[in-house]
Design a protein around this ligand. Structure first.
Ligand code: SAM
Length: 256
């Protein structure tokens, strides 16, 4: 692509991303694979991956709460449960403005999945901070932080022309059991504090189908030590004790 064309396209970020992807695919057809420089071959291989394609095609809402790689890890785990036909619906506890929710919805659409997608949030920000959440870091998360209006996630879905998830408002522990799906295939916990993660497990764990997955944001984060403590305490007497793996501070638990 010549520079003039690139400068023009950059004014339209979405068209630019599509043009970039098309150009890369086109390149594959023009050259034999072994002649393509490694860097480009790598890009092409990754572009064939639906997770990479979604990340390339759609901009993230820059909320500062999740990174592109976090969404990559979450979607890769969601893909596993869909590929394995795990029974149940999808839940996100702590959806905020929907940065991750939008990608989960796009991914379900790509799979033409009929699983229902439920999201939960107090829309009051973080709950009370306990001693177990106390970190040694200079930056301290506080009660009420991350507060957003419910309308923000609704507007973000409308703007993206995506089907709204089922939105449940309240503190995780206080939302009635009937508002959680009876069977769950995939859960994303993003409540930041000890009590929020413990409440997430309390509500969701017994409903997780065999081979379903729970992904937990901020796992082993030095800023939010309560997350790992809640996981360890909840799983103490469960078969999944000690099995959580950490990929870029996303904890991954596979239900036995
Ligand atoms: C870090 S944000 C979530 C970010 C979101 N997952 C994303 O992808 O952008 C944490 C959210 O969890 C909510 N939250 C934390 N603890 C909660 C609890 N115990 N009950 C309900 N909502 C809670 C907060 O209101 C906040 O919106």
């Amino acid at each position: 692509m010549n520079q003039k064309y690139i400068t023009f396209l950059k004014k339209y970020p979405r068209i630019f991303r599509i043009a970039k992807a098309t150009y890369t695919y086109g390149y594959l057809k023009l050259k034999r694979l072994e002649k393509i420089p490694k860097r480009i071959a790598f890009k092409i291989t990754r572009n064939e991956d639906i997770v990479e394609k979604l990340l390339l095609d759609y901009p993230m809402i820059l909320s500062g709460m999740v990174s592109e790689n976090h969404i990559r890890v979450i979607l890769t785990n969601l893909k596993k449960v869909l590929d394995e036909n795990v029974e149940g619906d999808i839940v996100e506890l702590g959806c905020n403005v929907g940065t991750t929710s939008l990608f989960i919805r796009r991914f379900l659409n790509y799979y033409k999945s009929e699983k229902r997608f439920h999201v939960y949030d107090s829309f009051e920000g973080l709950p009370e901070k306990e001693a177990k959440d106390q970190s040694n870091t200079e930056y301290q998360f506080k009660e009420g932080e991350c507060k957003k209006e419910k309308e923000e996630i609704i507007n973000n879905f409308k703007r993206a022309k995506l089907k709204l998830p089922e939105i449940h408002v309240g503190w995780f522990g206080k939302i009635p059991d009937e508002e959680y799906p009876r069977k769950i295939a995939f859960a994303f916990f993003d409540g930041d504090f000890y009590s929020s993660i413990l409440d997430s497990f309390d509500k969701v764990y017994s409903r997780m189908a065999p081979n379903s997955r729970i992904t937990i944001h901020d796992y082993q984060s030095k800023f939010l030590p309560g997350v790992e403590k809640a996981c360890a305490e909840f799983l103490e007497d469960k078969p999944e004790k000690g099995t959580i793996t950490n990929n870029d501070h996303i904890g991954i638990m596979i239900k036995k």
